[in-house]
Design a protein around this ligand. Structure first.
Ligand code: EPU
Length: 438
């Protein structure tokens, strides 16, 4: 089992490049299923979630050619399958974004069959808003036995009006994809406004769709008969950049992050400045510096342009050593998303969780320990805590981290961190009981 071993306490210095946005990539790859022709995607992150989706498309009959580490050419012209074969079920159950295949298959074939999606486990993750939206476009959707079956009456979706009862990134994306080739006009109200929503709209438009309003809370789509090939460069990853920004805040040092869109980072930069971290913005880079003491602060996560929920665990990890009391409140996920707090406590953090809030009493220093990556962002938080702690931290279950961070170990090493990935055999029950007796 792969683990990261971190010897903490070394300030971070240097420059790294941020990769393409994971949550844009996992929407755009399924959306490419709708395209007849060659679709070239650049600035694609090299992470396991995109590998999984490319593998699924290949299995469905797409021609997938890696041009270099971050560029792929996809040709889905000859894909004919409108359902996921059994060999693919393990993969679609592993990742959240597999549900975008429903919107894409419905848009392309008027029919879709796949498994219920997987993804990070931070409580119940309903898909009622996806169903509501696709139903408004004329799909008949049935869910049974862990599968989703969807059919468009008359074989093609029809434009409609949808009001999302909850601002949902996933539902906004799924409905946008499906509506791109639906007959007539679709209006989606109360949509998510995250940068990757705008990126998906730009991608669809560059392939011939007519999507307007992405980035505001109403998206209007005039359906076109079909999408054509083209070339598209994905935006940089807001959360990957934010993760390195918070790492510098926690550990100290001075780091330049290139290939970023500073506007997307404003909500994070503003919080870090409140905490006595310097953030300087250039056209496509940010410079983060922290050499003085941290200040405590309060953070509440909200849909974009609010503070991102996907930065909540990393921010908590930084605030563990900010003198005074900080309060981190989760405003997107109902169950708080605070499972990882138990891991930070193993490192000496003083945190109490009450419902949707974590109350953090800053301690002088964290101490190295063996901790688990409970999910993708919680895993990133463990790495940050380990980098700032005294002694050795081992982070287990790093497979979650590698779903969404391209070469996190290499990037931190380039900044001078002492972090390595080791492959240690898993302890068997016999080892464990032997240890108890011994
Ligand atoms: N919700 C509903 N009904 C729905 C859909 C969502 O009630 O049909 C609720 C959820 O339970 C949640 C809120 O709406 O309380 C927001 O959920 P959303 O649909 O926006 O989340 P998602 O699309 O499942 C994406 C990202 C997550 C990120 C959230 C919020 C992808 C693949 N995942 O999930 O990213 O936390 O948006 O920004 O884009 C991550 O990258 O680590 C990650 C988990």
């Amino acid at each position: 089992m792969e683990k990261y071993v971190i010897r903490g306490g070394k300030p971070l210095h240097g420059e790294i490049e941020i990769s393409g946005a994971k949550n844009a990539a996992v929407a755009i790859i399924p959306a490419a299923l709708m395209v007849r022709g060659v679709c070239r995607l650049e600035n694609l992150p090299e992470i396991s979630d995109t590998d999984t989706l490319l593998h699924i498309l290949t299995y469905l009959g797409a021609d997938v050619r890696m041009i270099n580490r971050s560029t792929v050419e996809l040709d889905c012209t000859h894909v004919q399958m409108d359902s996921l074969p059994e060999e693919m079920w393990n993969m679609t159950r592993k990742i959240r974004a597999s549900y975008y295949l429903i919107g894409a298959m419905l848009g392309r074939f008027g029919r879709a069959r796949t498994t219920m999606p997987g993804g990070c486990n931070f409580g119940v993750r309903p898909i009622d808003q996806h169903i509501k939206g696709l139903t408004a476009l004329g799909a008949d959707i049935r869910m049974a036995g862990g599968f989703i079956n969807a059919t468009a009456s008359d074989g093609r979706l029809k434009g409609g009006t949808v009001y999302l009862d909850k601002v949902s990134v996933g539902a906004t994306i799924n409905i946008m994809i499906a509506a791109a080739t639906a007959e007539g006009r679709t209006v989606i109200e109360n949509v998510a406004r995250e940068p990757h929503i705008v990126d998906l709209a730009n991608f669809l438009n560059s392939m011939g769709a007519d999507v307007r309003g992405a980035g505001t809370d109403v998206i209007k789509i005039r359906g076109v008969r079909e999408l054509h090939g083209g070339s598209y460069t994905l935006i940089p990853d807001q959360i990957e950049a934010g993760t390195y920004m918070t790492a510098v805040a926690a550990v100290g040092g001075a780091v330049r992050l290139s290939n970023v869109i500073p506007k997307h980072l404003e909500c994070i930069s503003t919080k870090l400045r409140e905490m006595n971290v310097e953030v300087e913005e250039g056209d496509d880079y940010v410079l983060i510096r922290r050499d003085g003491p941290l200040h405590h602060t309060n953070v509440k996560t909200k849909p974009y342009p609010g503070f991102p929920t996907d930065m909540q665990p990393q921010m908590t990890a930084v605030l563990c050593c900010a003198p005074g009391v900080s309060v981190v409140t989760e405003g997107v996920w109902n169950n708080g998303r605070f499972k990882y707090v138990a891991e930070l406590k193993k490192m000496g953090a003083n945190i109490e969780v009450d419902d949707q809030s974590a109350f953090i009493q800053g301690v002088e220093q964290l101490t190295g320990a063996t901790v688990k990556a409970c999910d993708l962002r919680a895993g990133a938080a463990m790495v940050i805590a380990g980098l700032s702690a005294q002694g050795v931290t081992k982070v287990e279950d790093v497979v979650y981290i590698e779903r969404g961070y391209q070469d996190i170990v290499g990037k931190f090493r380039a900044l001078g961190a002492d972090i390595t990935c080791i492959d240690e055999p898993e302890e068997t029950e016999a080892d464990l009981s032997g240890r108890k007796i011994g």
